[in-house]
Design a protein around this ligand. Structure first.
Ligand SMILES: [Fe+2]
Ligand SMILES: [Fe+2]
Length: 252
């Protein structure tokens, strides 16, 4: 199974959204021909109706299946009411052939920090029971992300969430929010952050990126695609059954 993981699109009529780059990026995603496109939030910058309309128009350009969870920016200005109108449920368990994808809203109205809470922790445990390869996806980060500056907005219940993830050996967690691509293995779990897809607020030389996740038999491979430079770099290789990992250490 191939997943294109994109995040932090930031549709906006101010300076955040790089529309020209978005168009290029979306054609690159469509060329990947992924089985699924997972979008980990911040589709908008201020959660405004015109931004949601723009995000819907832009994301309709994705060929094939896509699933979306909201980010902190999407919850601003009553945007939390708009998200389900435009992009369906905020929390879900989807089953594919060999994969269970659990999508969760880690964001809360008018707050930048994140939280999953007991209800969503229960949903994780419910999804794990499906006994397939479990992928967890939400917007905020669960551990600090290198190269992303002063630590803020990590989910409030990161410790409890990490405990559930590690105890149950959830193989893959997909996140965004920090506008930096990153992957690290802890115990038998691969934690992966996608950078920003089309926001002008990039960090240093990281640029705009998206990740390609290849899951085949027992192997998970994560590749970062730099959209501006049209370059790909393998970030990490991970073996599901023994938790072994070849970390390419993704850096500037
Ligand atoms: Fe963002
Ligand atoms: Fe965010």
């Amino acid at each position: 199974m191939k997943i294109a993981h994109i995040s932090d699109i930031h549709c906006n009529f101010g300076t955040d959204f790089n529309e020209k780059l978005f168009e290029k990026a979306i054609s690159m995603v469509n060329k990947v021909d992924a089985d699924l496109v997972f979008i980990s939030g911040d589709l908008t910058t201020d959660g405004l109706l015109p931004e949601y309309e723009l995000a819907e128009e832009k994301l309709n350009k994705i060929k094939g299946k896509s699933v979306i969870v909201p980010g902190n920016h999407d919850e601003r200005n009553l945007g939390w009411k708009l998200f389900p109108e435009f992009f369906n449920e905020t929390d879900f368990i989807h089953n594919y052939d060999d994969i269970t994808l659990i999508g969760l809203a880690s964001s809360e109205p008018d707050r930048d920090d994140g939280r999953l809470g007991r209800g969503r922790h229960r949903l994780i445990e419910e999804g794990i029971k499906k006994k397939k390869t479990t992928i967890l996806g939400f917007h905020h980060h669960v551990i600090p992300v290198p190269h992303s500056g002063r630590e803020t907005n990590i989910i409030e219940d990161a410790g409890e969430t990490l405990d559930i993830i590690l105890k149950n050996e959830v193989p893959l967690v997909l996140m965004g929010h920090r506008h930096v691509p990153w992957a690290v293995k802890i115990h038998k779990t691969l934690l992966v952050n996608a950078g920003t897809f089309s926001c002008n607020r990039t960090r240093a030389h990281f640029g705009n990126t998206f990740n390609i996740i290849d899951i085949e038999d027992d192997e998970i491979e994560v590749t970062v695609v730099n959209i501006g430079k049209e370059k790909e770099k393998k970030m990490i290789e991970f073996n599901l059954s023994d938790g072994c990992c070849l970390n390419k250490y993704y850096d500037l």
